[in-house]
Design a protein. Structure first.
Length: 132
């Protein structure tokens, strides 16, 4: 799993899929903080994604660079403490540019429950799956 954690630290932008009724919805999110198998994110409570996560917290994430991709399954939990929320806001200039205060955002975590790691460089390609 260390290679997964290292990869995600280097590649913070990822595709983030939620569900709207019976339809998948995907957008790009940025990992705001990482602590082992827990990833932290921020969004506006006025956005569609916030509402979707309130109804169905199951998510799938995908990060890819070169020949390597990491797919993650997990659940969004709006359990981020105030100290972590402030840290996320204070260390991300984009959030500070878009929002006047950390409290204008909704912060959530995704604990990885399953991770698929693909490396297409070797022959045969490397595939590893981790249940957490």
């Amino acid at each position: 799993m260390d290679k997964v954690y290292d990869f995600l630290k280097q590649h913070k932008d990822l595709a983030f899929a939620t569900v709207e009724g019976d339809k998948p919805k995907i957008r790009v999110f940025q990992i705001m903080k990482q602590s082992g198998n827990i990833l932290y994110f921020a969004t506006s409570p006025k956005k569609e994604v916030f509402r979707q996560l309130q109804i169905n917290p199951n998510v799938e994430l995908l990060s890819m660079a070169g020949d390597i991709s990491v797919r993650i399954e997990g659940k969004a939990l709006f359990d981020v403490d105030t100290e972590t929320a402030k840290e996320i806001f204070d260390t991300n200039p984009v959030l500070q540019r878009l929002y006047s205060d950390y409290s204008a955002m909704a912060y959530f975590s995704v604990k990885m429950s399953k991770v698929d790691y693909y490396d297409l460089k070797p022959t045969p390609p490397l595939f590893e799956s981790f249940e957490l």
